[in-house]
Design a protein around this ligand. Sequence first.
Ligand code: SAM
Ligand code: SF4
Length: 358
Amino acid sequence: MNIDTASYPSPREATGEPSRLLLQDTFGRVARDLRVSLTDKCNLRCTYCMPAEGLNWLAQEKTLSDEEVCRLLRIAVERLGIRHLRFTGGEPLLRRSLPEIIAFASSLRTDEGRAPRTALTTNGLGLDKRAAELVDAGLDRVNISLDSLDRHRYHVLSRRDRLDDVLASIDAALQAGLSPVKINTVVMPGSNEQDILPLAHFALRTGAQLRFIEQMPLGPPEQWDRNIMITARDIVETLAKDFELSPSSTPRGSAPAELWTAVERDHPHHSGEIGVIAAVTHPFCGDCDRSRLTADGFMRNCLFSRSETDLRSLLRSGASDEEIMAAWAQGMAEKKAGHGIDDRSFIQPQRLMSEIGG
Ligand code: SAM
Ligand code: SF4
């Protein structure tokens, strides 16, 4: 499939040097990282993310077309200072044109004159068969979600019996040269605490970089309880049972994970970095450099934002690049200082994680 981007020529070709804007908010943060949701649909039903019956999926006509996605990517990278693109969902591998979208993204040039770094966040189902194709298209790195190495617990958590497929995909991603291959693990009380240590040993031995993530209030509301959630501190205490941990010297930058160098006590030649993302108990909002695009074309300045900027209506009403840039920049300027999960006034956003793009 070819994406027809001919109707959206780069303005450099059309009019000489284009104007640029930075996506800067009133706290001085500049967005360099764009999370692009390519679909809200998914082939798993992780309990912390969506109900067993799924959600009311977006109608086809509400979802951005490939051409619309590519136009927004071009504006973001070539005119709004975005340097990193992460494709997500829902499950982004369900978007058939994913390789073409990645190839288009890789043909763009950032304000530093290089291709944007491209990444994928995926549940891994089917990635084993597509990793090489995606690398050829220009994909640099991948995060694969895996919450248990125990087949039964994986099945209960994701409501599908697909552990073997995910393991095959982690292997294929490493073989295909995606670097780094990260594993995302959400830890849920009463579900997979006993998987923390096995997953850590597994990651160090395979060469994947593991990131534990605190569960956030972005799934079915009854699934999250601040009083019993597993915190980053709980996770580090559990890791310390089998690993010698020391703070990693790798600079953190705007990355959300606190990195630990972990050395297996029983096998000191097995060592590596393990990350813990304290999204709830130690928010990294002060360093956040993200902007988000939903599959139906709304820009969000935060996962927890209660408002969105409707770029789809602008796209479909014939707006110029400059008008889209101005709306995007205005929406980002309104970004709040923090997500406020721990505030009394906190209200969960109307859209769930899979509808926003995690
Ligand atoms: N389907 C893909 C996947 O699972 O990787 C991409 C979308 S998923 C929404 C992106 C990431 O968000 C996954 O790593 C998932 O574990 C995480 N996630 C989903 N719901 C979450 C929640 N309530 N709290 C924390 N992380 C969550
Ligand atoms: Fe699907 Fe990812 Fe949500 Fe799991 S976390 S249900 S794989 S979107």
